[in-house]
Design a protein around this ligand. Structure first.
Ligand SMILES: [Cu+2]
Length: 266
């Protein structure tokens, strides 16, 4: 009788699990699982904050938090997949006889219960997290509306144009004062575009004949990249401009300099 068969016939589930864990291939896979899980946790906690765009708003901070914590939460699961794949790959050239299959896990009650409950739990965390983030954002947008700086954004093949109605200026760069909420009224003059001021963590459709509204709370000063995130024709990839979140004084000086040249940025 082969080892794995005696293991299947072991009298108690505890003994069966302990025999299973003592198998060399299983313990090595477990070690790999710990390794890959650690890699993803480090990736989430240490590398993402370095790799992601600079955080210049509450919205970008929320995006970064979701990226980091969803990566950390899913690390053990990615670890299972990668450890089994890596173990199979490492054994490929050894000429070992692979261990025979055990009992089919689809009929194993405890295993089915654990994976179903774990998946349900992760889905609930993701859904609740998303709903809370969206709701917080809608409440903030409504509360901030009266004190918001308003920017009308128009996408057209292949440039972004901005109009600040409160200041009555037309610009092609997006400058914003720090610590003042901003409301973007986003439109398109032709095909569908998507307005994406990267460091603000906002991305919203720019459609013809309808205005979409987005909201941001800039919390830090720094340069802004504005891109188009919807394939919109031949020069889509070049449909970008720049800007900055700056101090209120710098912003007012910028506005004044444009007003001095007739309200149109040169
Ligand atoms: Cu585009």
């Amino acid at each position: 009788m082969a080892d794995h068969e005696s293991e299947l016939l072991a009298p108690t589930p505890g003994a069966r699990v302990s025999t299973f864990l003592k198998r060399k291939d299983v313990s090595q896979t477990l070690l790999l699982w710990v390794f890959f899980t650690a890699v993803f946790v480090v990736l989430g906690l240490w590398a993402y904050p370095k790799w992601m765009p600079v955080v210049l708003s509450k919205q970008m901070q929320a995006n970064e938090d979701i990226m980091i914590w969803f990566t950390v939460i899913s690390a053990p699961i990615a670890g299972v997949v990668l450890s089994i794949a890596a173990k199979s790959f490492l054994n490929m050239h050894r000429g070992d006889t692979p261990p025979e299959d055990g009992v089919a896990i689809r009929t194993n009650g405890p295993v089915v219960i654990v994976w179903t409950a774990t998946s349900v739990l992760f889905c609930i965390v993701a859904i609740v997290w998303g709903l809370v983030a969206l709701n917080t954002e809608s409440i903030a947008a409504a509360t901030d509306a009266p004190k918001s700086l308003i920017v009308d954004v128009t996408g057209s093949q292949w440039v972004w144009s901005f109009y600040y109605p409160q200041q009555n200026i037309h610009t092609h760069t997006l400058n914003l004062p720090v610590n003042q909420p901003v409301t973007f009224n986003v439109m398109s003059a032709d095909v569908n575009h998507s307005f994406w001021p990267v460091q603000l963590g906002v991305k919203i459709d720019a459609n013809r004949l309808v205005t979409t509204v987005a909201h941001a709370d800039p919390t830090a000063t720094g340069p802004l990249d504005v891109k188009c995130a919807e394939l919109c024709g031949l020069y889509h990839a070049y449909m970008e401009t720049s800007g900055a979140v700056e101090s209120p004084t710098d912003f007012n000086n910028w506005v004044s300099s444009i007003q001095a040249t007739g309200g149109v940025q040169q």
